[in-house]
Design a binder for this molecule. Structure first.
Ligand code: ARG
Length: 462
């Protein structure tokens, strides 16, 4: 007999149990217990398949499948005693199953290994998170569409280099984020479709000599098909890397919008008012209302992309097939997933609740010579100037307005004609911001009609 303290799952060749430090570095139960439901679903599918293929008896499979449900409810009710000595969720569940149903429990691990088991569990977990991300992104897109629809014709400054560039509409700016999150949505869906192959039955690395039916377990677990190469199936963590990559890009988008909300909600901008529900106060400065949610969303990309980098480095250079290094995949993905979902929900809440300050937006829209391009375009269209000359004339007019301390529409016709004699009163028609945005009717442009068309297109899709 082996020493009592050696592992009951694999202790046959061991005379002694592990050092405490060995147990500490080796165990993953502290975190992989989050995959309990997936582990039990995988085992129940495996047991049913073992019976269907005649590898184990129906009555054993029945006992295993029912016993696993008992174990699941113990875990869900917080009654389960997790053991570090049993390393991970797979062995914790199996050991408890043995206590619950006795001898048949020992037949569950026929024709599989923890290597295909963990890959299956983790895929199922990541797949659930992709589904949650899809819902979160859809909800955020809907909140943005509501903002865009309400403010399709509200004028505001558009920026390049964070300098006033040309007037745009509030709806247009919201719809820019709809496009970005729409691409995130399609990346989530692509990733889900690509990862949906079952590793179960790849066993340790080479497949198994038992007459298993991998198509059956794949179907039972909602996979499209079994993964076609057993070595690849147990050593692939692309699905986790892709999850983190998709999450990272989406987190970048969230951070850009969060940053705009931080700027826009400041006393210097006053473009938006964030709701009390998504703001905090200062313990010392009574007047403060801080955009903490936006700041935290802005920061989340740090840990999410950090997880992406960390797992890329774990996987880099690993020889086939399974190596224990791969146990380091889960905490990164768990943390990134939690924070991605939270950031999506917080952003959706903020966008739903926030109020655009139309007057501040309109006042800012006309400042900073934002219709200078419209003036240059007028010189081209009406006077037939080459664009480069029109650019130069407009530049002189901007310099003049700057010197006088006024905006372009405040220059008199005499002022205008002193720079270019052929300018007429008609020029004032393009210097207003409303005219400016209305004129930008090119497909995807900022004109309210264009924005409304895009809102309708998206509403039909989400
Ligand atoms: N806890 C392990 C992990 O997360 C499960 C797979 C262990 N496989 C093995 N051959 N030791 O990767």
């Amino acid at each position: 007999m082996t020493d009592q303290s050696s592992n009951q799952m694999w202790g046959g060749r061991f005379a002694a149990g592990p050092d405490a430090i060995m147990e500490a570095i080796n165990a993953s139960i502290g975190f992989d217990q989050r995959m309990a439901a997936q582990d039990i679903a995988g085992s129940r599918a495996h047991a049913a398949m073992l019976a269907a293929t005649g590898v184990i008896t129906d009555s054993d499979a029945q006992a295993i499948r029912e016993g696993l449900l008992t174990v699941l409810s113990e875990i869900q009710n917080g009654e389960f005693q997790f053991s570090t000595a049993l390393e991970d969720i797979h062995m914790n569940v199996e050991a408890r199953l043995k206590e619950v149903i006795g001898e048949p429990a020992g037949r569950l691990h026929t024709g599989r290994s923890r290597n295909d088991q963990v890959a299956t569990d983790f895929k199922l977990w990541v797949r659930d998170q992709l589904d949650a991300a899809e819902s979160g992104i859809l909800a955020l897109i809907r909140a943005l569409l509501a903002q865009a629809e309400a403010g399709a014709d509200w004028v505001m400054p558009g920026f390049t280099h964070l300098q006033t560039a040309q007037p745009v509409t509030w709806g247009h700016h919201m719809m820019a984020y709809v496009e970005m999150f729409g691409r995130d949505l399609s990346r989530v869906r692509d990733a889900r479709a690509r990862m949906n192959e079952s590793p179960l039955g790849a066993a340790a690395l080479a497949g198994t000599s038992f007459p298993i039916d991998r198509h059956m377990t794949a179907e039972a677990l909602g996979f499209d098909r079994p993964a076609a190469n057993s070595l690849d199936a147990v050593s692939d963590r692309d699905f986790a890397l892709e999850f983190l990559s998709v999450a990272s890009i989406c987190a970048v988008h969230l951070s850009r919008f969060a940053e705009e909300l931080v700027i826009w909600s400041s006393a210097q901008f006053r473009f938006v008012t964030l709701s009390d529900r998504f703001s905090t106060g200062s313990s010392i400065m009574p007047q403060k209302k801080n955009p903490d949610a936006a700041e935290l969303i802005r920061a989340k990309v740090g840990r999410i992309f950090g997880a992406n980098t960390a797992l890329m480095m774990v996987m880099k250079g690993l020889p086939l097939a399974y190596s224990k290094d791969m146990q380091e995949d889960k905490e990164q993905v768990f943390d990134a997933a939690d924070n991605w979902m939270l950031a999506l929900a917080a952003m959706e809440g903020m966008v739903k609740d926030m109020t655009a300050n139309r007057d501040s937006l309109a006042a800012a829209a006309g400042s900073g010579f934002s219709t200078a391009t419209d003036l240059a375009d007028w010189l081209v269209r009406v006077l037939g100037l080459p664009f480069r000359d029109a650019h130069h004339v407009t530049g002189s007019l901007v310099a003049m307005a700057e010197k006088k301390g006024c905006d372009l529409p405040d220059l008199t016709l005499d002022d205008m004609q002193s720079v270019h004699a052929e300018i007429t009163n008609d020029v004032y028609s393009v210097l207003g911001v409303e005219n400016s945005v209305n004129s930008r009717q090119s497909y995807g442009g900022t004109a309210p009609d264009q924005v409304r068309a895009q809102v309708e297109r998206w509403k039909a899709m989400v």
